[in-house]
Design a protein around this ligand. Structure first.
Ligand code: SF4
Ligand code: SF4
Length: 192
């Protein structure tokens, strides 16, 4: 939502769960899920048709605003990732298309090796304090393409020379970002 010609307010959910190490049971669940996804790919009649087109990432100041917003939000949407991280046969098809020499065992090892040493409680196993620990080529396309409504409003707004972005969580934690200034300013009363 634009608050004036040169400012824009982005409202993000904002989660504040504790960080915990992954339990062996959750990692086993991820491994089982990956095996199922690879089996589904093997069963597919036309695996090439499962490969999804990559979403184009924002660039420049818009990319910086997305990074800052998701960082301030601490990845609320990733809380739904659980032990599956939205991975399925389509992700496996893309991984296979891009890295055909990898065996199924190596693919599983790449995922398990990417699990965050500390992740937000009950969230996605790759949801660490500095963001997603899974490389973009291994992520589900949903993860690479998803933006919440607050960010969509910003990304869909015309590039009209907006200079100041206020990012506010539902709890009222606020961060102010000014184009051309780095690092981001933190408004009074917000967490650092
Ligand atoms: S896309 Fe939205 S909900 Fe998800 S982490 Fe970023 S700001 Fe938060
Ligand atoms: S894989 Fe990464 S982007 Fe996707 S839900 Fe998990 S932490 Fe979020």
């Amino acid at each position: 939502m634009s608050t004036s010609d040169n400012t824009h307010l982005i409202t993000v959910p904002g989660q504040r769960e504790a960080l915990v190490p992954p339990s062996p049971a959750r990692i086993r669940a991820l491994r089982r899920h990956l095996i199922e996804a690879i089996r589904d790919l093997v069963k597919a009649r036309r695996p090439d048709r499962l490969v999804q087109r990559r979403t184009v990432e924002p660039t420049g100041f818009r990319a910086a605003v997305v990074t800052e917003s998701c960082g301030h939000c601490r990845g609320s949407c990733c809380m739904a990732g659980g032990t599956h991280a939205f991975l399925d046969e389509r992700t496996m098809a893309r991984v296979h298309a891009e890295q055909p020499d990898l065996t199924a065992r190596q693919v599983i090892r790449a995922y398990i090796g990417s699990v965050a040493p500390l992740a937000y409680r009950d969230s996605c196993l790759f949801h660490g304090p500095s963001g997603c620990t899974l490389a973009r080529p291994l992520r589900a396309e949903l993860c690479n393409s998803y933006y919440c409504n607050g960010l969509l409003d910003f990304l869909n707004a015309p590039a009209d020379g907006t200079k100041t972005i206020t990012i506010e969580t539902h709890a009222g934690d606020r961060r102010v970002m000014t184009s051309g200034m780095s690092p981001v300013e933190t408004a009074a009363g917000s967490p650092t």
